[in-house]
Design a binder for this molecule. Structure first.
Ligand SMILES: Cc1cc2nc3c(=O)[nH]c(=O)nc-3n(C[C@H](O)[C@H](O)[C@H](O)COP(=O)(O)OP(=O)(O)OC[C@H]3O[C@@H](n4cnc5c(N)ncnc54)[C@H](O)[C@@H]3O)c2cc1C
Length: 693
């Protein structure tokens, strides 16, 4: 079975032991390698990993292997669809690893797997499997003939023992013909079955675990031994007391053993526990482990990653974090929804309106957000396929001056390990920035219908988190806090402080949690070194001066504190990704030495004759709307891929083909006219010089 380990790793551990003579050359080579990797930037995919092939017993699936693994497989699967930035997934990873190791020997019957939906290459597959929140646990039966999204895990909790027992229930739910061949019958034997086992000489060990109804020990021991030859384990219930007495069994759970030579009797085991039964049976003479196909151990070199650390200033806010977060939010998190309608669509509309008006970043990003907002607001549809939103975010219509990086480059949100921080950090930063912008630039919301609402950012955030944030538990915790006190917010400044307070409450709840980055401990923020004035001592106790905290937050999350260092460089083709072709070929979008903010949105001049348009033209609205309504549905957007920019207007391939046809037709016409007049002039000449002819 093709279960893939983590893919796309930058390898190089062997090259890290150069001989002295070659050291300088190798060092240069490594620097080049690092520079190349830095230029490419760690994508979400390569960056974050909770499980490691070869180290964990977890089967690692990805977009290339999940379908083949879960369709028509000889084993059942339990797959955890997770996201490596999600704190709950990080916190749960040790349990999942322990479970996979605990049931490693059950692999021929049922497998414990993981698929990281945070990896961009997996986002399509996570959408196909209808994964909206992380972690989501799904069972897949063996021998499923057709594609299925699996069955949801229905345990009362996610403790290791509960999950293990639900795996057994799931195996028992297979019908006779579809049960994994490696899985022996799990239903209890009757007394008559046991008697016939005693009377027949099978030439192998037959172990019977006697237990009470409701006990899982027997089934666990059965599965523990499926990887072993020369032994078969069954189970029986303790209902027939008289029969148990004839076998010499006085308590349950206990084990009765029939030896290959036909002798039989109860087994004395120190403690009536699964591990004791299994270990005793595995160590019987002649019982051997079969060779098992287990998760592959990848090449050690492939397993090593180069993590490039970007030095940054903790007093600054980085465009790279906000833009990478927006990219993840719009292209990965929303992608979990095939289409949006009703309350979901309203939540997205309001959310996009708020960021479009308040996002303080670079003009092309703001322009993209404004375009998206106008389109969402004016669209007369009550259901929008996500693909249409993605087309706009990817600027498939090639409207000039729109751009959002499609690479992840965390700066202030870097983690000391790839799976730490990242997206959730950037989301906090985005929302703090929005509350501050709403307070310092309230005029930005005029005309949106939100201008008089001091809670607008908080309520929009609340609905976004509740509806779309992949970490469901985080959303639930946040909702509890919102219910408690969000309504008490009466001014925009209070909104800034409310979010700051609640974020600190989350920080203190998560201090010491597995998702805490040791390099970025969860302490009350801002720390005294960042803002000395924010802290005072009242009666010997460190206390906040909220007036100073507000001033600090307004400065820290202001556009003046935004630094573009490390963010997508628009003069670098690999960074531009979705930029219109005209911009790729023209001069850079910013004058050398000037930042986007220095120039401002008004002074921004893309290299097009018509100059920038901050609004989407009517015709373009019309085109996008037509595409959405077209019977070909969102697929019709592919047509837009062929569009090319000219004077800032997107021409479709049809337009271009018509131009070519007209060009060829007019050339032919001119040639025919030329030949016609040549022939005529020859005839005149002949008549002129030979009048008698
Ligand atoms: C709404 C929401 C709810 C969450 N709930 C949970 C949860 O229940 N369980 C869980 O495991 N994870 C949760 N998370 C994730 C968690 O809060 C962190 O984002 C994650 O652990 C990464 O932490 P971090 O070290 O990057 O710092 P983060 O807490 O993400 O903070 C990011 C940055 O914001 C700044 N900052 C820190 N504190 C404040 C503050 N009080 N005010 C303003 N700025 C501040 C700092 O510069 C910091 O580096 C939640 C995330 C969000 C967005």
């Amino acid at each position: 079975m093709a279960a893939a380990g983590p893919a796309a790793r930058v390898s190089g551990s062997r090259a890290l032991r150069p001989s002295r003579a070659r050291a300088s050359r190798l060092q240069r080579w490594l620097m080049l390698l690092a520079a190349a990797a830095a230029a490419a930037g760690p994508r979400a995919g390569c960056a974050a990993r909770l499980y490691r092939a070869g180290e964990d017993a977890v089967w690692l699936l990805d977009s290339g292997s999940v379908r083949a693994a879960t369709t028509n497989s000889s084993a059942a699967w339990l797959v955890q669809f997770h996201s490596s930035w999600c704190g709950h997934c990080i916190g749960y990873a040790p349990t999942w690893r322990a479970l996979a190791a605990d049931v490693r020997d059950w692999g021929a019957a049922i497998r414990v797997a993981a698929l990281d939906c945070a990896e961009e290459k997996n986002q399509e597959v996570c959408r196909t499997y209808d994964i909206h929140f992380y972690p989501t646990f799904r069972y897949f039966k063996a021998f499923a003939k057709e594609f299925t999204t699996g069955e949801n895990f229905k345990g009362s909790d996610r403790e290791l023992r509960t999950v293990r027992q639900t795996m057994i229930d799931f195996l028992q739910n297979h019908t006779e013909g579809t049960r994994p061949p490696a899985c022996p019958p799990l239903d209890p034997l009757q007394s008559s079955d046991i008697l016939s086992l005693i009377n027949s000489r099978g030439g192998r060990y037959e172990a019977i675990v006697f237990e009470s109804n409701g006990s899982y020990v027997g089934r666990e021991v059965i599965l523990d031994l499926i990887a072993y030859e020369n032994i078969m384990v069954s189970r029986a219930l303790d209902g027939d007391r008289a029969f148990l007495e004839t076998l010499g069994i006085s308590s349950v759970p206990s084990c009765y053993l029939i030896y290959p030579n036909g002798s039989h009797g109860p087994v004395t085991i120190a403690k009536p526990l699964r591990a004791f039964f299994s270990s005793y049976l595995k160590s019987l003479p002649g019982v051997r482990k079969k060779s098992l196909s287990l998760p592959e151990k990848p090449n050690k070199e492939e397993n090593s990653e180069i993590v490039i650390w970007r030095e940054f200033d903790r007093t600054k806010l980085y465009t790279g974090d906000l833009e990478s977060g927006l990219h993840y939010l719009l292209r990965v998190e929303l992608a979990a929804h095939k289409s949006l309608a009703g309350a979901q669509l309203k939540t997205l509309r309001d959310f996009v309106t708020v960021i479009a008006k308040l996002f303080p970043g670079r003009p092309p990003v703001r322009k993209l957000l404004e375009t998206l907002q106008e389109w969402l607001t004016n669209l007369p549809l009550d259901r929008i396929p996500y693909k249409a939103i993605l087309d706009l975010v990817n600027n498939k219509m090639r409207i000039s001056g729109l751009f959002l990086t499609n690479q992840i480059k965390w700066v202030g949100c870097q983690g000391s390990r790839p799976e730490l921080r990242g997206y959730s950090c950037s989301l906090w930063k985005l929302f703090h920035t929005l509350t501050v912008q709403a307070s310092t630039h309230p005029e930005a919301l005029v005309g949106t219908g939100f201008e008089d609402d001091p809670q607008v950012v908080l309520q929009t955030m609340r609905r976004y988190i509740h509806t779309f944030f992949g970490c469901k538990e985080c959303g639930e915790h946040f909702e509890e806090m919102a219910k408690e006190s969000m309504d008490s917010v009466k001014t925009r400044d209070q909104a800034v402080l409310w979010l700051w307070r609640k974020h600190n409450a989350v920080n203190s709840r998560l201090a010491g949690h597995l998702s805490e980055d040791p390099k970025f401990p969860k302490v009350p923020w801002p720390t005294p070194d960042l803002c000395p004035a924010c802290h005072e001592e009242i009666k010997g106790l460190d206390s906040w001066n909220e007036g100073h905290v507000l001033t600090f937050l307004k400065q820290y999350y202001s556009s003046d504190n935004l630094v573009d260092k490390y963010s997508a460089d628009l003069s670098n083709p690999s960074d531009r990704g979705a930029l219109p072709r005209g911009q790729e070929e023209g001069e850079g979008l910013t004058a050398p030495g000037k930042s986007w903010r220095d120039r401002g949105a008004e002074s921004f001049h893309p290299p097009h004759v018509l100059g920038p348009r901050t609004t989407l033209p009517e015709s373009l609205h019309h085109r996008l709307d037509l595409r959405l309504q077209s019977p070909r549905g969102p697929g019709a957007h592919e047509e837009a891929e062929a569009a090319a920019p000219f004077l800032g207007i997107g021409f479709s391939s049809l337009d271009m083909s018509l131009c070519v046809v007209l060009y060829v037709a007019s050339s032919l016409f001119l040639m025919v006219m030329y030949l016609f007049f040549r022939v005529r002039s020859k005839r005149w000449k002949v008549r002129l010089y030979h009048p008698s002819v």
